[in-house]
Ligand binder design. Structure first.
Ligand SMILES: [Zn+2]
Length: 180
């Protein structure tokens, strides 16, 4: 694991033509939207990003991030550590219109000027990678659930929780953003 901080931004005018790669860590508290969802925003993510131009002349940002984040258990409301490990493959576009015109197989990253702000990009990727609901899988909280489970009623309320979770709402908002 590289023990260097990620740069604040990457210059799009150079990164793609040079096939640049960057890697390092970023404090979770610098990810504005992610930090708002965490029970505790201490800790770091590790990420690597690769910038390239594909055969169609499209500017691609591929990469990977990993982090252990403290979410709130939706059963007992205590913090629960969740491992995140996300790959991403984004296509750089200048605006919402260009993003809307992309084939569905591509995930856009909108960058109006030459600065690709890594905290913003990783903030979005980490949010997309977050589980819709998080529960303790071990310990007293999980034991209590095991005793209670088995009824259809419990399963139904789980589905309801999933639909109302803040992450599900976020994912929907992001989809809407891109369509506009
Ligand atoms: Zn719990």
């Amino acid at each position: 694991m590289p023990e260097t901080p990620l740069p604040a931004y990457v210059d799009a005018r150079k990164a793609f033509s040079q096939n640049a790669s960057v890697s390092g860590f970023l404090e979770l508290k610098k990810l504005e939207r992610t930090a708002a969802c965490l029970a505790d925003d201490s800790g770091r993510l590790q990420a690597e990003l690769h910038f390239s131009t594909d055969s169609g002349g499209r500017r691609r940002i591929g990469g990977h991030l990993s982090a252990v984040v403290q979410l709130t258990c939706q059963r007992c409301l205590e913090p629960v550590a969740v491992d995140l490990d996300e790959d991403f493959d984004l296509l750089l576009v200048p605006d919402e219109t260009a993003a809307g015109n992309l084939d569905k197989e591509y995930d856009p990253w909108i960058c109006a000027d030459h600065r690709i702000v890594l905290a913003e990009l990783l903030d979005e990727q980490i949010l997309l990678g977050m589980p819709i609901v998080s529960y303790h899988r071990q310990g007293p909280c999980a034991e209590a659930e095991r005793l209670e489970s088995g009824s259809d009623e419990a399963q139904e309320s789980d589905v309801e929780k999933r639909a109302n979770s803040p992450f599900a709402v976020l994912a929907e908002l992001q989809k809407t953003d891109l369509k506009e």
